[in-house]
Design a protein around this ligand. Structure first.
Ligand SMILES: Nc1ncnc2c1ncn2[C@@H]1O[C@H](COP(=O)(O)OP(=O)(O)O)[C@@H](O)[C@H]1O
Ligand SMILES: [Mg+2]
Length: 381
């Protein structure tokens, strides 16, 4: 890949370092994962180049000024990190004429945090990766890392994402979306549609992540329970025919200076001791999951996957970064599974590992993401 050396933009006309707000935690089931990612970024980001403001969002959705202490955001003694509530709160107004964040503390005059030049929304799942915080940042006129409102929302919903991929002619497996009305009005028709996909199937919430709410169903008698499990996360459900084969992932970065997106070398997830890449296999150490980077694919297949990853990025109009996940079925066919607009971002997560194997290390990756966002004006960009 190419790495340019052009200067970081100083905050326009101010002569100071660009101020980067790292926003993490959040209301989704991936709160702890986001905290761990943020701890890693706080350690790695170049303090000579950027002023850093860590902002945590509690599980309840409260924004607080977080201590700039990466160690507090690591797993300690088996306890997952989280954002602690504090008396003060941080408010970002949707008013673009202020462009600032304000700290509110009981009994004190509201204090401005100073102009934030770019926000890194290091949030996974609903209320973070789904276009909602992106919408607030657009209203506020603040630049941010990663995809905009549309791509974030489209990639968050597995049903809409698949429809867009299919419309663009990208290869995906058979699936059916079950809306709340479908399930309420005609569950018999839903069961027939699912039977038509062929068992086993995967039943998933349309908008979730980290495999939360996902069940593999082999017996039609278990379908209703699996649909209810998915509905507990999201009333919109997707059912997919199970694809037997390998799981391959590929990282994509927005091209520099308006160029085409660039893909990393692909990696492979090898799950053992679990029926699929479920929550435990993803996050509990020593659970037997192995990440092979680069994946053992051969040049032609690796190139096909890299090109398809860039195409998927463009089909959804992604910006900044994405991780694109594939199945390689038993006949050797490549099928798209999903695209994540804010993939797991610890140094041992697949996305940074794939970029490291491509020649861009973790601090370099953080720097490139911030620079790409700084170079892009806020608004209709
Ligand atoms: N159609 C499918 N065929 C085979 N395995 C699947 C299928 N869909 C999901 N899986 C398994 O479930 C995991 C999680 O599903 P995924 O759609 O990636 O949801 P999430 O957004 O939670 O990561 C995948 O990594 C894979 O192991
Ligand atoms: Mg996945």
């Amino acid at each position: 890949m190419s790495e340019d050396t052009h200067d970081r933009q100083p905050a326009a006309g101010t002569g100071r370092k660009p101020r980067v707000a790292i926003v993490f935690g959040g209301r989704s089931s991936e709160h702890a994962v986001s905290c761990i990612s943020a701890g890693s970024v706080l350690l790695a980001i170049d303090r000579d180049a950027y002023d850093v403001v860590p902002i945590g969002i509690s599980r309840e959705g409260r924004w607080v000024l977080a201590p700039d202490e990466p160690a507090k955001l690591a797993i300690t003694g088996g306890t997952l990190p989280s954002v602690e509530e504090s008396a003060g709160s941080v408010v970002l107004s949707g008013d673009p004429t202020t462009r600032g964040m304000v700290v509110l503390e009981p009994g004190k005059v509201p204090r401005e945090l100073g102009g934030v030049d770019v926000v890194l929304p290091l949030l996974h799942g609903p209320y973070g990766e789904d276009g909602t915080i992106q919408g607030l940042l657009e209203l506020a006129g603040v630049s941010y890392v990663g995809s905009g409102v549309f791509a974030s929302a489209a990639a968050m919903d597995k049903g809409h994402m698949k429809a867009l991929f299919a419309a663009a002619g990208l290869p995906i497996g058979p699936y059916a979306v079950v809306t709340p009305r479908d399930w309420k009005d005609d569950p018999v028709a839903v069961r027939e549609t699912v039977a038509g996909l062929g068992y086993p199937v995967f039943v998933k919430p349309c908008r979730a992540g980290s495999s939360v709410g996902i069940t593999k169903v082999a017996d039609p008698a278990d379908l209703d329970d699996a649909i209810e499990t998915a509905r507990a996360q999201d009333p919109r459900v997707i059912v997919e025919a199970a694809i037997a084969g390998r799981e391959i992932e590929c990282g994509v970065l927005e091209g520099l200076e308006g160029g085409a997106p660039e893909a990393s070398v692909p990696g492979e997830i090898v799950v053992s001791g679990h029926e699929f890449y479920d929550f435990e296999a993803k996050y509990l150490p020593d659970e037997g999951t192995r990440l092979d980077v680069p994946a053992d694919l051969g040049d032609d297949l690796a190139e096909e996957i890299r090109a398809m990853a860039c195409r998927a990025f463009d089909v959804l109009s992604c910006e900044g970064l994405a991780r694109v996940d594939f199945f390689l079925d038993e006949s050797g066919r490549v099928l798209l599974n999903e695209l994540n607009t804010m993939p797991g971002f610890t140094p041992s997560s697949m996305f940074p590992l794939m970029w490291k194997a491509t020649g861009l290390d973790y601090p370099g990756l953080v720097d490139r993401l911030v620079r790409t966002a700084l170079a892009r004006p806020a608004g209709l960009r």
